[in-house]
Design a protein. Sequence first.
Length: 242
Amino acid sequence: MVISEILFLISIFLLITYSYFSLILVLMGLKDGKQEKQKSACKNYPTFSILIPIRNEPEELVKELVQNLRSLKYEKDKIEIIVVDDSKRDWERNKAIFCNMLNYKVKYLHREKNRGFKPGALNDALKLSNGELIVCMDVDSRLPRDALVLAASYLENDENSYIQYITHPRLHNFISYGYFIFIEFRNSVFQPALHRLGFPLIIGYGYIIKRSVLEEVGGWREEALAEDLELSVRLASRGYRG
């Protein structure tokens, strides 16, 4: 048997294995697609630091994000916004939007060099933050109004280390509609299945994690191509659950 035939058989085996695994995830996700929301009242309301890395973003997106942050139902003095801006242009405009339109404490860092890209920006933001709970957002992600209240209640349980909110991408062209379908399938099927298996993935935006846990695992790996997936693996390997 020649090498090409061996490689072909290996490829077929891997494809079949992946297909069966995907089918199992789909069946588990469909069975457990609806998860109950945490509704118990929070005894102690912790402080939040919302970390936002941005780079050369349209003004419209920045303003939409600010409006979303303004709508959050939580004690204003327990929220701080940390923006790390790697923009080559318009960063002063972005800073004015965040500082003038928000009634929270805002810390704004403009970096001349985007060291470590997004995970590097998140690590720099973490150093500036003081919150007990860390919120990671992208400029085009949006949180539900009661996200912080529910997260405070959920993470008050010592067994829970982080929570992933489902956010929906903006629909502005044909490609975004295809992406939207993929995101909806992932959120409604694959995420619930992985949660049942004890390995819920962190998506790169819209998640909230305990500061103590994040610092214990060493923050974000700046050399990682997918810092969210890499962080998920480290959290799971150390027994942390979401």
